[in-house]
Design a protein around this ligand. Sequence first.
Ligand SMILES: [Zn+2]
Length: 60
Amino acid sequence: MTREYCPKCKTIKNLKVSTTKTTTKDKKGKIKEAVINSYHCEECNSFIKSDEDKVSLDNW
Ligand SMILES: [Zn+2]
């Protein structure tokens, strides 16, 4: 469980994580997969932050 400061609640809250997967093609036509984690406050549902993990699928 991720805990971080929520500006709306003005305290440290548990964050809910939702993961979105996207695939994009680069200029050479290689498929890249990106996983975006979005963090929202469990209490008020405010958006806190997002991370992006880029995964290269070069080994396909
Ligand atoms: Zn909050």
